[in-house]
Design a protein around this ligand. Structure first.
Ligand code: ATP
Length: 377
């Protein structure tokens, strides 16, 4: 079992004159075996949350509950959780084997033979059996991270806590380790909280992601829920790369007025925004949802300022008023700087946010009719 509850967790650093609320009344329930990714910009409280769960940091208020038992006041080693750090945190003078065995020697009554067996099993799993007699200094970054993961695995914990474990690796190794880690987590079926500021890791690794900003939970859901149905402007902008485009508008009746264009809302969208009774609106559109179009009455003509061919797609940049927008178009289309394009923000793809609260009023329609691959949603 590894059912974890973060219950109204608050962590304040400093004193009354110089206070930092790193984590603000955070509530998250994580199911046994779930892979939860904590994501958000630098300083949003991800590491502090993880450290409070691990017991490395004390909570200012709130509780950490593991399988129904409140562990808030327990020491880290009593919590049956294993942490993996960004910098591996291996002992430099010990071999990989000694590093992996160390925690077991110190905190359990396991015999040497039992410890050896666990270390060998984990080393096999991580593909580092041949490296067990090497010291960290003799290992590459990827190999050191495998040892650090092996050290967490041998403890057979109820919860893995991982703090940006891949960020010191180069891009290729990082992608490879990302897949390996996912497979490992599924095989071991151990509840995992994984901290990252990399939204690609968040999108690809987690069963669910929890998006934090300023210590507060913004949204928790599956990666695709957060991508397609963001609860607010912040989540919409943080999840997705390149980011969603945002255009500042004011609604008058059924029309959104932007400095550079007018956009007539469909009857469906007009009804939704009228109910929300909001006139100051931000229109959001993802780069891949912008379409070329001459016929649509909402189409606008733009001039390409930069075209970035990536192979499979080309990112096309253009100005709409004083906002730089990005469109992602198929890589086999030829577009160059200075080209004029007629583009449209399709009604079923736009998001609208209340400019005052940032809350989402309507999100793009998600439908399986987009599917052209014969795979049902
Ligand atoms: P990053 O991605 O940069 O690691 P993070 O989301 O993990 O950031 P935290 O490290 O949890 O963010 O920090 C949250 C806030 O708490 C920041 O404003 C940080 O400066 C502050 N903070 C963290 N640790 C301490 C500390 N020991 N003393 C004072 N302030 C701290």
């Amino acid at each position: 079992m590894g059912e974890l509850e973060i219950d109204q967790l608050t962590k304040v650093f400093g004193d009354a004159t110089d206070e930092v609320v790193a984590v603000d009344d955070l509530d998250i329930e994580i199911e046994d075996g779930e892979f939860l990714v904590l994501v958000g910009p630098s300083g949003c409280g991800k590491s502090t949350t993880l450290r409070c769960v691990a017991g490395l940091e004390s909570a200012s208020s709130g509780n950490i509950v593991l399988d129904g038992e409140t562990v808030t006041d327990q020491k880290p080693k009593e919590r049956n959780m294993a942490m993996v750090f960004q910098n591996y945190a291996l002992y430099p003078h010990m071999t990989a084997r000694e590093n992996m065995a160390f925690g077991l020697k110190m905190t359990t009554n396991l015999s040497k033979a039992e410890i050896d067996e666990r270390v060998n099993e984990a080393a096999e799993m991580m593909g580092i059996h041949d490296l067990l007699d090497d010291q960290p200094g003799e290992l590459s970054g990827g190999q050191q991270q495998r040892v650090a993961l092996g050290r967490a695995i041998v403890r057979e914990p109820e919860v893995f806590l991982m703090d940006e474990p891949l960020s010191n690796l180069d891009a290729k190794l990082r992608t490879q380790m990302r897949t390996e880690l996912q497979e490992l987590q599924q095989r071991l079926d151990v509840t995992t909280i994984y901290v990252t500021h990399d939204q690609t890791e968040a999108m690809t690794m987690g069963d669910r992601i929890a998006v934090l900003n300023g210590g507060e939970l913004q949204q928790i859901g599956t990666p695709l829920e957060c991508y397609h149905q963001p609860t607010n402007h912040f989540v919409a902008g943080f999840i997705g790369s390149p980011s969603m485009n945002f255009l500042t508008t004011r609604r008058s009746g059924q029309t959104l007025n932007h400095k550079a264009f007018k956009y007539r809302l469909s009857d469906r969208l007009a009804r939704t925004v009228e109910q929300a009774d909001s006139e100051a609106l931000t229109l959001g559109i993802r780069p891949e949802d912008i379409r070329p179009d001459d016929d649509d009455s909402n189409a606008i003509t733009v001039t390409v300022t930069v075209a970035e061919p990536l192979g499979d797609a080309t990112y096309v940049y253009f100005d709409v008023g004083d906002t730089v927008c990005t469109a992602s178009i198929p890589g086999d289309l030829t577009v160059s700087e200075g080209d004029q394009l007629s583009v449209v923000f399709p009604q079923d793809r736009i998001h609208l946010f209340d400019r005052h609260t940032g809350e989402s009023i309507t999100n793009r329609v998600v439908s399986s009719s987009d599917d052209t691959w014969g795979i049902s949603a």
